[in-house]
Ligand binder design. Structure first.
Ligand code: XLS
Ligand code: CA
Ligand code: CA
Length: 439
């Protein structure tokens, strides 16, 4: 097989002083941070759909990039194979060890699911062959249950039982593919699992049905040896007006209600958290404190736009907070999937590589800075001290369950007036962060 990206060399670490656009400035896979290699802290993944599929079409205009990768016609099996060739060459040159996929990213969907599945068998054999002799693995797989018109009202939440059954068939196959590739996880992103109007929607029934579908997925996955996590990827809206997996807290509550919380974790995407009116860090923290921080879709949104822009991460503060939460949670069992796409005017092959270099360097910097914040210790110490009143006296009694309203009322009467709770010192803490970021 001939080289596709002929003008692109293997991307190497050259350090912060390098001016070479095709080199890492911060991502040094072998560098040890807090006792682990950078590459172990940061299992990066390539998103099949954006990197090998998205060519710039938006609501107002057609493709700007050529992603045929030498195939004569797009949407053919020849093209599907060319994408595999391009994807593996890309990952090897970038030093990326994981990929994520939807079923229909891999092959063109046929009218008949039997034919689609045959194509998936063919391409997955081809991918397996490519994986041999490399250290490239699958981070997670998923079924696309939002693009085809049959999913206009959702998949698990569809009013049509036939559509529900079709979704089940797609999930079955996508889990089989994930297992075939040795994938770490399986994602449910419920793009159309929500509603446009409550006037025509039985919310309770739809949510119960989504839970039924997820339960079947878990049972089937376990029966064929899938031992990874299932993930919910929360998003509040777009394409639906309201999406049931609104944010991490909502999704975790749902999983607990239906007894799915042992098999599922969260796949948190930066841009989705901000669409929900949270910071990226907020949803990471909520997942982590519930023991459900599984994987991350690494990208960033545009705060001036109200939709999902899937930009490559560039904001080092955000990446730092992400890595701070991830380090505090003890790392990810999943990884960092660049669910990101180069901007429409960035249509060249160089842009494909440079956008991943940007994302990887941003997260490498985030890792370095988050480790420095943790090692510096001032912020953690401040937070610990802030709650010190619960470690002795009445606070300790409260935490140990030795009080009730009557005993606390009696305590309050004796005390008279509590003192003010102490400065939050936000500005001091922000100053410490800047000192570490730029010191
Ligand atoms: C869309 C989602 C989607 C999921 C996988 O907003 O990010 O790409 O990650 O279906
Ligand atoms: Ca997205
Ligand atoms: Ca995503």
């Amino acid at each position: 097989m001939s080289e596709i990206f002929k003008n692109i060399p293997e991307i190497k670490y050259e350090g912060p002083k390098s001016k070479n656009p095709l080199a890492f400035k911060y991502y040094d896979s072998e560098k040890i941070i807090l006792g682990k290699k950078m590459s172990e802290h940061l299992p990066f993944a390539m998103a099949w759909w954006h990197n090998l599929g998205a060519a710039g079409t938006d609501m107002f205009g057609r493709d700007t990039a050529d992603k045929s990768f030498g195939a004569k016609e797009k949407g053919t099996m020849e093209h599907a194979k060319a994408k595999v060739d391009a994807g593996f060459e890309f990952m090897k040159k970038m030093g990326i060890r994981y990929f994520c996929f939807h079923d229909v990213d891999l092959v063109p969907e046929a009218d008949d699911i039997k034919e689609t599945n045959r194509r998936l068998d063919e391409i997955s054999d081809y991918i397996l062959e490519k994986m041999k002799g490399t250290d490239i693995k699958c981070l997670w797989g998923t079924a696309n249950m939002f693009s085809n018109p049959r999913y206009m009202n959702g998949a698990g939440s569809s009013n049509s039982a036939d559509v529900f059954a079709f979704a089940a068939a797609q999930i079955k196959k996508a889990i089989e593919l994930t297992v075939k590739f040795g994938g770490r996880g399986y994602v449910f992103w419920g793009g159309r699992e929500g509603y446009e109007t409550l006037l025509n929607t039985d919310v309770k029934f739809e949510q119960e049905n989504i839970a039924r579908l997820m339960r079947m997925a878990v049972d089937y996955g376990r029966s064929i040896g899938f031992d990874g996590y299932f993930y919910i990827e929360p998003k509040p809206k777009e394409p639906m007006k309201h999406q049931y997996d609104f944010d991490a807290a909502t999704a975790i509550g749902f999983l607990r209600q239906y007894g799915l919380d042992k098999d599922f974790q969260m796949n948190i995407e930066a841009n989705h958290a901000t669409l929900a009116g949270h910071t990226f860090r907020h949803d990471l923290r909520i997942s982590a404190i519930n023991g459900m921080l599984g994987s991350v879709d690494a990208n960033q949104g545009d705060m001036l736009l109200g939709w999902d822009t899937d930009e490559f991460p560039f904001d080092v503060y955000e990446a730092t907070w992400c890595m701070y939460e991830v380090l505090k949670a003890g790392g990810l069992k999943g990884g960092f999937n660049f669910d990101s796409k180069a901007r429409r005017p960035s249509y060249t092959v160089e842009d494909m590589f440079e956008s991943y270099i940007l994302g990887m360097d941003t997260f490498a910097l985030g890792l370095i800075k988050a480790a420095e914040i943790i090692e510096d210790g001032r912020i953690d110490e401040f937070v610990k001290e802030r709650y010190s009143s619960y470690r002795t006296g009445i606070g300790k009694d409260i935490v140990e369950g030795k009080t009730d309203l009557a005993s606390l009322a009696a305590y309050a009467e004796k005390m008279g007036k509590p003192e003010l709770p102490g400065s939050g010192r936000q500005e001091r803490l922000e100053g410490i962060v800047n000192q570490i970021m730029f010191g």
